[in-house]
Write a protein that binds this ligand. Structure first.
Ligand SMILES: Cc1ncc(COP(=O)(O)O)c(C=O)c1O
Length: 368
């Protein structure tokens, strides 16, 4: 019997999303509105924070959090070298400068010791990244930011539902940022959310996301006391988000099972490293990941059999807008070269995981 293709990841929606979208269409209020407020409220309750603000994307969430905290022109913001480029681009969109630093090799978070050594007179903020649901080292980052008067924004775009030491990712620092793009555990197609306990920041972000208004008026004779922009999340998107949020607990359980299956399947396999995950602290990885030397061979073998995978990002210091010749990014470079995300879609079965690991083991055996 022919094996079915195994996708890397894809979004999954159902009857509840359709029902809520239909309600929005029937209401004929498609813009940012009641469904957005409800989605914000539900995410805030889930995270245990005072405020959430829906915005157009995770990128916008990071930019608005920085702007809301007064970060802008000529300020330097520390960003890890291994992340999706959006983290750095969001800093640029806020008008600030990006200072890249290397990561620590096991969990891919920014190296806190390097931050300590790099803080200069222009350094005003850190954007930590919880890569694939693995928390940055917040027990060190929070006091470090406080001691040095730095803003701490958490890029938790890949970490909705993952927890660290009893707290949800995205609830550390001054603000946490989430993405609802198509390959996230909860998707609205595109979309983002800012979570914060800082009420002043909350009201500032409301102004920034809606042309300087804190409250919506007629849309005509409104007062716009400050400059703002348009980063609104629509009712249509939020309807999908509300329905997706209901699926989150089951998806987190599925992700934990998936990673257990991969761990069992790769047990004792030389040449494969499964990056550490603090399950006991509540961490959940969004996608299954491995570190392996012969990544290209593995990828091409899987791809010939219609099995999807995705190599890790290139380090930012190698991308044209952030290019740097200097050394000092050895961990980011090594992890980037070896990192591969394996199939992680919601309906992945244990049998499929066993097949994938069997194929990968065969590639590695042939090599040795
Ligand atoms: C680590 C990281 N940061 C930022 C973003 C930006 O989110 P968005 O694509 O919603 O703008 C993403 C999402 O793709 C991401 O993975």
């Amino acid at each position: 019997m022919k094996n079915k293709p195994i996708p890397w990841y894809f979004p999954k929606t159902g009857a509840y999303e359709k029902e809520l979208i239909n309600k929005v269409i029937e209401s004929n209020y498609l813009n940012d509105g009641d469904y957005t407020r409800l989605f914000e409220k539900k995410v805030a309750q889930f995270l245990g924070v005072r405020h959430c603000v829906g915005v157009t994307s995770g990128t916008a969430a990071i930019t608005l959090s920085l702007m809301g905290m007064g970060i802008g022109r000529d300020d330097e913001v520390i960003v890890p070298d291994l992340t999706f480029i959006a983290t750095a681009n969001a800093v640029r969109l806020a008008g600030a400068r990006v200072k890249l630093l290397d990561i620590e090799p096991d969990r891919f978070a920014i190296d806190v010791e390097l931050i300590r050594k790099s803080i200069g007179p222009r350094t005003k903020a850190i954007v930590s990244v919880d890569v694939n649901g693995r928390a940055a080292c917040y027990e060190l980052l929070e006091p470090l930011a406080k001691k040095n008067g730095l803003v701490l924004i958490c890029d938790a775009t890949e970490g909705l539902g993952s927890r660290y030491n009893g707290r949800c990712l995205g609830t550390f620092g001054d603000a946490g940022c989430f993405s609802f793009s198509a390959n996230k555990t909860v998707t609205t197609g595109q979309g983002g959310m800012i979570a914060t306990n800082n009420t002043k920041l909350y009201y500032r972000i409301l102004e920034l996301k809606d042309q300087g208004r804190r409250f919506q008026g007629t849309g005509g004779n409104d007062l716009h006391p400050v400059i703002g922009y348009n980063f609104k999340l629509t009712n249509l998107q939020s309807a999908v988000g509300i329905a997706q949020l209901k699926r989150l607990p089951a998806r987190l359980t599925q992700a934990k099972n998936r990673d257990k299956w991969y761990q069992e399947a790769f047990s004792g396999c030389p040449g494969i490293v499964l990056p550490s995950l603090k399950n006991e602290a509540g961490e959940v990885a969004q996608w299954a990941d491995i570190l392996v030397d012969d990544r290209e061979k593995i990828q091409s073998t899987l791809s010939k059999l219609n099995i999807g995978s995705r190599p890790f990002w290139y380090p930012l210091h190698t991308q044209k807008p952030y290019f740097k010749k200097e050394r000092g990014f050895s961990n980011a470079s090594a992890v980037s070269r070896r990192g591969l995300w394996l199939p992680s879609y919601f309906d992945l079965t244990k049998k499929q995981v066993e097949r994938i690991s069997h194929l990968i083991r065969r590639v590695l055996e042939k090599k040795s």
